[in-house]
Design a binder for this molecule. Structure first.
Ligand code: ZN
Ligand code: ZN
Length: 257
């Protein structure tokens, strides 16, 4: 699996973009950053968007993608926006509501639309091309899931925004051949109280979460740092002395084999 990092931060500043990972050129994992970094051809290639939760830093560019796709490929299949019921309900009610943005799930017509919203249930496996995907609830301030993606070569877990959580680690410990975990650390250790209130992890919190992997030793890819605290977070991650942790950067491409 090829993972292209379109954005890996918990907010936006010049050079720092909200979270979005492009898998094998066709599946987006969250949609905080699409249209400012992908060419129109690359945008048209996107078939699926797996959404972890409805916070704006994870969904905002679905709106601009839909607009670009509409004016570029009217006859092609819809982009499937996949999420749990609460997430899809929130996108429909608060973004694609014909007030903030047009409802691209009925544009240009009911039958031939730009976006298709698809509701999935946590814990129920589904297929995307050659990948088996399962959503697992995590612990954030709103309904949020992580995604477990299994292929013939192994498994990868993308955890959405989360504070301390349990179920996804239980799932992780049962997986065959867990190769990588993408997980957040948003705030420095000095802001643990703010992290608890906002449902995020600090480096120390991340260290506690990773111990829940038990004997497993996947690569750990870190994202969602608040840009203004990135330097401190990097220093504190260094102090954990866990060689498996790699802090992601915008534009990076990772191959998981
Ligand atoms: Zn976020
Ligand atoms: Zn969030």
């Amino acid at each position: 699996m090829d993972v292209r990092i379109l954005g890996c931060h918990g907010s936006q500043l010049p050079g720092y973009n909200p979270t979005s990972f492009l898998l094998d050129g066709v599946i987006l994992l969250d949609a905080g950053t699409i249209t400012s970094v992908l060419s129109i051809e690359e945008q048209i290639n996107i078939s699926y968007i797996l959404v972890t939760h409805a916070h704006l830093d994870h969904v905002r560019d679905i709106m601009f993608l839909a607009d670009n796709v509409y004016y570029s490929k009217k006859e092609n299949p819809a982009v499937k926006v996949i999420g749990t019921q609460g997430v899809i309900d929130a996108l429909r009610a608060h973004l694609f509501n014909n007030v903030i943005w047009p409802d691209f799930s009925v544009i240009p017509t009911q039958e031939n639309h730009v976006l298709r919203f698809e509701v999935i249930k946590p814990g129920v496996k589904f297929q995307l091309n050659n990948l088996t995907v399962t959503a697992v609830m995590v612990n954030h301030t709103v309904e949020t899931v992580g995604y477990v993606i299994e292929s013939e070569s192994g498994s990868v877990i993308f955890i959405g925004d989360t504070g301390p959580t349990e179920e996804i680690w239980e799932v992780a410990r049962k997986l065959k051949n867990l190769k990588a975990v993408f997980i957040e650390a948003s705030l420095p250790d000095s802001m643990e109280e703010a992290a608890n209130i906002t449902g995020h992890l600090t480096p120390a919190g991340l260290d506690r979460e990773l111990k829940k992997l038990g004997a497993l030793t996947p690569d750990i890819y870190l994202f969602h740092m608040k840009p203004q605290y990135e330097k401190t977070i990097r220093e504190e991650i260094g102090l954990i002395r866990n060689n498996a942790i790699h802090i992601l950067s915008e534009g990076e491409e990772i191959r998981i084999e």
